[in-house]
Design a protein around this ligand. Structure first.
Ligand SMILES: [Zn+2]
Length: 112
């Protein structure tokens, strides 16, 4: 691998689902759409630098812990924001509205 400086920043490449090595190639074959069968299809290798996306079985297993922690942190932050802006009560369904909005947010944040 050449030691050229990546054009994208680290956070930009993570949020844009770019190759971890060159930060240019897309990890997913298709952009986000309502064709759910194709949305999560990944390239076998980076289309720019050829980095395999599955180096060995279970190589990215540890990322699920990071993903889970980020999901919980974002959900708690959204619940706190909902509580401060809209409020929560046991006498109505505001909590369930938050659950629905949180689910829609995660759907929209789906990579691809
Ligand atoms: Zn690449």
């Amino acid at each position: 691998m050449s030691e050229q400086k990546a054009a994208r920043g680290y956070l930009s490449s993570v949020l844009g689902c770019r190759c971890p090595r060159c930060r240019e190639g897309n990890l997913f074959k298709h952009k986000m759409s309502f064709r759910f069968k194709k949305t999560m299809e990944m390239n076998k290798e980076c289309p720019v630098c050829g980095q395999p996306t599955e180096i060995e079985v279970g190589f990215y297993y540890g990322t699920s812990y990071v993903s889970y922690a980020l999901t919980i942190a974002i959900s708690v932050a959204s619940l706190v924001a909902w509580y401060l802006i809209i409020g929560l009560s046991t006498s109505d369904n505001r909590f369930f509205y938050w659950l629905g909005c949180n689910a829609v947010y995660y759907f929209c944040y789906n990579p691809g």
